[in-house]
Design a protein. Structure first.
Lengths: 119, 240
């Protein structure tokens, strides 16, 4: 990629990168416009994938609503994603957790991982 | 017409605007552009400003290209000087790879030979036109060249899946009308994208970001000018 193109893209990155890993249970705080008022909506679920690069990088969050699986993709660098809170770390062994789609109920649980304290 | 700029297409990407929307943008390196010559109605018969972009190494440039941007000594030069002919002013810069003229209204454009222009020229401008040479496709069939639909993949179609089909009638008129669209050379032609929104201007790195696509390959040269498209005023006739 051209250095200048990269520079332009980097100007669109968020100042503080979101810190999360695949398998984490997260709360995604998104800014939504309701009429003229802006408010924060929270989407809770498990991060099952992260794809793309640069400004196009997206992550997928999956949750179960009323027995039905719901997945939502968010751009990592979108200013609409106000905040991301990690609620729980899941112990996973792969980068894409698409196998969760075929599971129901108790089988969708992930074992918790206690991450080493960051220095 | 105010003067425009020359530039190079760097590529496309996406950036977020102030409202958090993702915008598709083309990044153009628009400058530094040097004013090389001024055309005047008295001398050349029309008013224009000649601008050059992108340095060419002196050893790669031919003598006339070097002489166009800076005064070089030659026998003919000395002869003309002795005869009292005034040498035309030169910009005194490196030879340029890409040189174009922009027509102006009269001579009061306020530019001088040797002056350097950058994307700051488009400060406060909302829309521009970008002119480039689109990608060459060689000898292309009618599907690629004219968006024909082609023929079916099955139902008895044999070996003519991408053919045009009929190109006219029978005994009357017993000829093919002029202008009938057929296969042929496509691309590598001048192409203008009008009315592209200026998204951002970065003066220190000479970058101009416009919304949408621009003709030509990455690395191709483009001309950028103020848009010639007029906004339809409120209440004026709508297309129906």
């Amino acid at each position: 990629m051209h250095a200048l193109l990269k520079k332009v893209e980097e100007s669109s990155y968020r100042a503080e990168p979101l810190e999360f890993e695949i398998g984490d249970e997260v709360d995604v705080h998104t800014r939504i416009l309701e009429g003229n008022k802006e408010r924060i909506q929270i989407f809770n679920g498990v991060v099952i994938a992260r794809s793309g690069s640069g400004t196009r990088e997206m992550f997928t969050v999956r949750r179960i609503v009323g027995g039905e699986g719901v997945e939502r993709m968010f751009p990592v660098h979108s200013p609409k994603v106000a905040k991301l809170e990690v609620k729980r770390h899941g112990r996973v062994r792969r980068a894409k957790l698409f196998y969760l789609r075929g599971r129901k109920g108790k089988a969708t649980r992930l074992r918790e991982r206690r991450p080493k304290a960051r220095s | 017409m105010p003067v425009g700029l020359l530039g190079r297409k760097i590529g496309m990407t996406q950036i977020h605007d102030d409202e958090g929307r993702l915008l598709p943008v083309t990044v153009i390196e628009a400058g530094p552009c040097v004013v090389l010559a001024l055309r005047t109605r008295d001398r050349e018969g029309y008013d224009a400003v000649q601008i050059g972009f992108d340095d060419k190494p002196r050893k790669r440039a031919i003598r006339s290209e070097r002489g166009h941007v800076a005064a070089i000594q030659s026998k003919r030069q000395r002869q003309r000087q002795a005869a009292g002919v005034e040498a035309p002013p030169r910009a005194d810069c490196e030879p340029k790879r890409f040189i174009r003229e922009f027509r102006t209204d009269g001579e009061d454009h306020g530019l001088e030979i040797g002056q350097t222009l950058g994307p700051a020229l488009f400060d406060g401008v909302t829309f521009v036109d970008v002119i480039g040479t689109n990608k060459g496709r060689g000898f292309a069939g009618v599907m690629k060249r004219h968006n024909f639909s082609g023929q079916g993949a099955s139902h008895g179609v044999k070996r003519v899946h991408r053919h045009p089909g009929s190109i006219g009638m029978s005994a009357d008129p017993s000829r093919v009308f002029k202008g009938t669209r057929m296969a042929g050379h496509y691309g590598n032609a001048r192409n203008t994208m009008r009315h592209l929104r200026v998204v951002r201007i970065e003066q220190d790195s000479n970058l101009l970001l416009v919304k949408g696509a621009v003709p030509g390959p990455v690395g191709g040269y483009v001309m950028i000018r103020h848009t010639t498209k007029r906004r339809r005023k409120a209440g004026e006739g709508t297309t129906s």
